[in-house]
Design a protein around this ligand. Structure first.
Ligand code: ZN
Length: 283
C-alpha cells in the first residue's frame, strides 16, 4: 500500500434486507449502489502492476472469491484467517462471516446486524463476485509494509476472471502504536479493504509528493467506510518519516487521521496518529 510494489468503500444491497445472506461465491445478483455503477461506467482497463511470470496457475481457483493460498509457504493459518474474518465482521456488520475449510471467505452463514458499513459490504460483494483474490502470508517480510496487492494475470485463462494476490505481513500490525481511534481506523480489515478496492475498481494510489497530502482514490473509498463506522479519516497516503530526537537511531513511520468533533456547538478538528518503527516494518 505504500509505494509502487510495496502496498499494503452506498447503500445496502438488496440481499441485505434478507437477513441471512446467500453464498456469494455461488450466486450472482445485484450487489452495488450508485457509486459502484459509476465506477463500472468509468472503468478502464488498468494494469496495477506489470504482469509477472505465471505462478502455479494450475493451483488458482476458477471461481470468483477470496481464497487462502494453496502454496504451503504462503498459506494463512487458522488464527490469521480468524483475525481477518473477525475484522471483516466488525467492518461489514456481517456476523458469521468466516473462512470455510480454512480455504475461502464464506457468507453462507452470515447475518446482517445493525452495525457495519454498507460501503464495505458492497466492496466485498463485488470482489466475491467478480475477482479472484488469493491471500498470502508474508509475515516478517521487509518488502511488504502491512499489505500489498499484485495482479497475477490479466485474466484467468479458464474462468476469464482477473486474479490478484494480496500479500499480508501480519507481524507489521504488532508494531503499531497510537491513539485507539487511529488504530481502529487502520486495523487489519481496513488495510485489506484498501487492497480490495485496488482489485475491484482499478483505483490507484497517489504518486510521489501528492500522496503526502492526498489520501488517494483507494483511501477515499475506505474513508467512506470509516465515516460510516464513525472512525476518523485518513488524511494522507504516504507515511510521514519521524525521528524522535537527534540522538535516536530509530525512525518511525506515521499516519494522521482526522475527525471533526463538536465542542460547545462549535466544530473542532481532532487529530489522531498511528505509528510504527520503520526498521521493523520495511526497508
Ligand atoms: Zn494501495
Amino acid at each position: 500500500m505504500w509505494a509502487s510494489w510495496r502496498r499494503s468503500r452506498p447503500s445496502p444491497t438488496p440481499w441485505e434486507s434478507l437477513g441471512a445472506l446467500p453464498a456469494a461465491r455461488s450466486e450472482r445478483g445485484p450487489s452495488s449502489r450508485s457509486f459502484v455503477l459509476k465506477e463500472l461506467l468509468g472503468l478502464v482497463l488498468l494494469v496495477l502492476f506489470p504482469v509477472q511470470p505465471a505462478r502455479a496457475e494450475e493451483h488458482w481457483p476458477m471461481q470468483p472469491g477470496i481464497f487462502n493460498s494453496s502454496e504451503k509457504p504462503y498459506r494463512l493459518n487458522r488464527e490469521k484467517l480468524n483475525r481477518i474474518s473477525a475484522s471483516f465482521e466488525r467492518i461489514t456488520g456481517w456476523r458469521g462471516i468466516h473462512f470455510e475449510h480454512d480455504a475461502w471467505l464464506c457468507l453462507k452463514e452470515a447475518h446482517l446486524t445493525t452495525t457495519g458499513s454498507p460501503t464495505a459490504r458492497a466492496i466485498i460483494l463485488k470482489v466475491l463476485q467478480e475477482r479472484i483474490i488469493i491471500l498470502e502470508d508474508h509475515s516478517r517480510s521487509l518488502d511488504i509494509a502491512f499489505a500489498a496487492i499484485r495482479r497475477e494475470a490479466t485474466y484467468h485463462k479458464a474462468s476469464d476472471l482477473p486474479i490478484f494476490s494480496v500479500r499480508v505481513d501480519f507481524e507489521d500490525f504488532r508494531h503499531l502504536r497510537g491513539h485507539p481511534e487511529a488504530l481502529a481506523a487502520f486495523d487489519l480489515g481496513l488495510v485489506l479493504l484498501h487492497e480490495l478496492v485496488h482489485a475491484a475498481f482499478d483505483r490507484r494510489d497517489p504518486l510521489s509528493l501528492r500522496g503526502a497530502s492526498d489520501p488517494g482514490e483507494c483511501e477515499a473509498l475506505v474513508n467512506e467506510v470509516r465515516a460510516e463506522l464513525n472512525l476518523p479519516l485518513r488524511a494522507h497516503y504516504h507515511s510521514e518519516h519521524v525521528i524522535p530526537s537527534l540522538l535516536s537511531d530509530l525512525s518511525f513511520g506515521r499516519l494522521r487521521f482526522e475527525r471533526v468533533v463538536w465542542h460547545g456547538g462549535k466544530p473542532r478538528r481532532t487529530i489522531y496518529f498511528v505509528e510504527w518503527p520503520k526498521p521493523f516494518v520495511s526497508h
